[in-house]
Ligand binder design. Sequence first.
Ligand SMILES: [Cu+2]
Length: 277
Amino acid sequence: MRMNYRGRGRAIVAMCVAFTACRDHVPTPASSPTGVTIVARSGNLSAPDTVPPGWLPLHLEEAEGRHIVVAFRLPANATAPEVSAFVEALDTAPATPAPGVATGGLENGALGDVVVHFTPGVYVLACVRRGDDGHRHVRNGESRVLHVRPATLADSAAATAPRHTHVVGMVDFAYVGPEQWTAGPQLLRVENTGKQDHQLRLSRLREGASLGDWMQAENPDSLAITMAGMARVSPGEVAYLPVTLMKGTYVAYCLVADGASKRPHIELGMLRAIQVP
Ligand SMILES: [Cu+2]
């Protein structure tokens, strides 16, 4: 049976759920020792309580199960009840509920680090992946409050944004920017200039497979290898994704659901082929 275009999002979701033990993806650059390591288990996230401000690499260890861990910024003066209300609202809200802002995050499959910006104040790390019961993991305790302390002189190294090699713009509902990238280790600057949350998942087509084949495939995983991913980024936010690119064709796509139609953005056209010559 061939999947039609509308079934595509569901097939990809299934692919992501089923994505296991794929060991042939290219390693991304090693995480910085000053980064934030998050260990995810079923019903539990562990991470530092306090981190310095600035651009910090986030690293995900999936000790048990698959997780999508997003760093949400809350107002710096958010109270404990406001934090709890936000965490509760995350489960059912299609987009990031106010007053939270998604600053980027780590895709399931522990595909590699992402670099996000922390300003002094209160953040919540939470897993937005849906379980078999339809609820996001955050509902079962996979959240953590992260305090970002005030800046000191020693933080100056992390104060400036990392130097990117390519820019990926995200709008409702498309990726904008060059359709050709350079092979080798790259740092993608991922910018959301749209009005909805977006993400960037990157898969590399296997030799001989076309974008059309991939879109129509019953099992997209057989035609492409998922390489890297940036989880939810809210409008106006910027985050960075390190990736090592090989010669070939990559597909960028977004599985965030549209608030009105409930359809994943990929079904609304948010996918793009990018060549790496
Ligand atoms: Cu999107």
